[in-house]
Design a protein around this ligand. Structure first.
Ligand code: SAH
Ligand code: SF4
Length: 405
């Protein structure tokens, strides 16, 4: 069931340090929520509590490097201090994995619970690759949250985490299940970064050693929640230690968002993916009504403002809808479009994943292959994205907080 519309909660937002744009949320009866704050802001809180500022750095280490989710476990702080802070209602407040759905292909979809007001659960997906994730056969039907650290005997060599930026989405793409929810609410920077940290913790990921990619391709449109999205990116880079070159953000083509993104310095700018999904404006406006506001040329003009790194490519995602976008003529049109942009582009083809209440049909496998080879034949670097976790509603466009797994 869907939660009712967003309700205002009673938290007061206290501006602590404008330089790091940290907002400390507190409720009248509770102390500060720590997760989501940068080290400087944590230091400020510690000073307020009569402690030295370097205790803030210890807190940051505990939250973002040791991946601790509970104040009582932060043993770098003296026990009496921990006890006092807990008595005063301080809490880590990291989003928590509440339910786990496991796919036969190794993919896991999580319902993640956030502390924020209104609709509280979001979806996050873990996709182990390398050995194709086949080592787990999915027969473990337990869907209880649990820390199942795989430790040194990891069954994966690299993995991708797919993160949500909003609960639901307002963009209304006709082929997407998330669109059916409408926009329930924006997530905060801590709620977005917290999905990543909860999953890193669950799988015992060692940042800096394990190869983990992040894709902001879950529920919601990141560029319609821009500040929180970029706040999460900065937190993940500066505090957790992840690299922006292993992050990709996907947008349906929100031009003002792309223009802001183009101004971000390379040290904090993830790679960019654009959901093109159609060969021309007529088809795109039909399946993505947002195209009437920002048509293809406007999107491409905005993408041109990005200063790409050497060898960096912008991804055009292209959902193949049976009969609607998967014809050979469409492939030729896409190739021409890509060439016209003059941009360093690669195309990611995604066979449409079905969902209840959506009228489109899946493309025939022969049509997918013909489309791929037509594009490749025109010299466009083209990849076919493997559908992951379709059986548990974890694949692209299927995130709708489905509780059946
Ligand atoms: N809102 C952002 C990011 C999330 S959607 C965006 O639209 O770009 C991530 C990708 O999934 C997008 O490229 C989108 O076009 C694609 N997608 C949505 N619904 C899908 C479906 N049912 N099957 C396959 N891909 C889908
Ligand atoms: Fe929103 Fe992306 Fe789905 Fe479109 S495809 S409705 S932008 S989540």
């Amino acid at each position: 069931m869907l939660s009712p519309a967003v309700s205002e909660d009673s938290s007061q937002l206290v501006r602590l340090d404008a330089a790091v744009q940290a907002e400390v949320s507190r409720t009248p009866h509770f102390g500060p929520v720590l997760f989501g704050l940068h080290a400087e802001a944590l230091a400020g809180l510690m000073v307020e509590a009569g402690e030295p500022a370097w205790r803030g750095r210890q807190l940051a280490e505990a939250l973002y490097r040791q991946l601790l989710a509970d104040l009582s476990a932060i043993t770098t702080l003296p026990k009496p201090l921990r006890q006092r802070l807990m008595a005063e209602g301080w809490q880590v407040g990291r989003p928590a994995i509440a339910q786990v759905f496991k796919s036969v292909d190794g993919t896991e979809r999580y319902l993640v619970e956030c502390l924020g007001g209104g609709a509280k659960t979001v979806e996050t997906v873990w996709m182990p690759e390398g050995d194709d994730g086949e080592s787990g056969d999915g027969t473990d039907s337990s869907n209880k949250a649990g820390i199942e650290t795989e430790g040194e005997g990891k069954s994966w060599h690299r993995a991708t985490i797919c993160i949500s930026s909003q609960v639901g989405c307002a963009v209304n793409c006709q082929f997407c299940l998330t669109a059916k929810l409408g926009l329930q609410r924006n997530l905060s920077a801590g709620e977005i970064a917290g999905q990543v940290v909860a999953v890193l913790d669950r799988h015992g990921v060692q940042v800096g050693r394990d190869r983990v990619n992040l894709v902001f391709m879950g529920m919601g449109e990141p560029f319609l929640n821009y500040d929180a999205f970029m706040g999460a990116v900065r937190l993940l880079i500066h505090e957790v230690g992840l690299s922006p070159q292993r992050m990709t953000v996907s947008t349906s083509g929100i031009v003002p968002g792309i223009e802001r993104f183009a101004q971000e310095p390379a040290e904090v700018r993830p790679k960019l993916a654009i959901s093109l999904n159609a060969p021309n404006d007529t088809v795109r406006s039909e399946i993505m009504p947002i195209n009437r506001k920002w048509p293809i040329e406007a999107v491409i003009d905005a993408v041109r403002q990005v200063k790409f790194r050497p060898r960096e490519l912008v991804t055009f995602e292209y959902v193949l809808l049976g009969g609607v976008t998967d014809q050979p003529a469409h492939a030729r049109e896409v190739a021409r479009l890509v060439r016209r942009t003059g941009l360093p582009v690669k195309v990611n083809l995604i066979a449409w994943n079905p969902g209840p209440g959506i009228e489109y049909t899946m493309p025939r496998p022969e049509a997918v292959e013909a489309f791929r080879s037509a594009l490749a034949g025109e010299g466009v670097p083209t990849y076919l994205r493997k559908p992951r976790g379709r059986d548990i509603y974890a694949a692209c466009g299927q995130l709708k907080r489905t509780v059946e797994g």
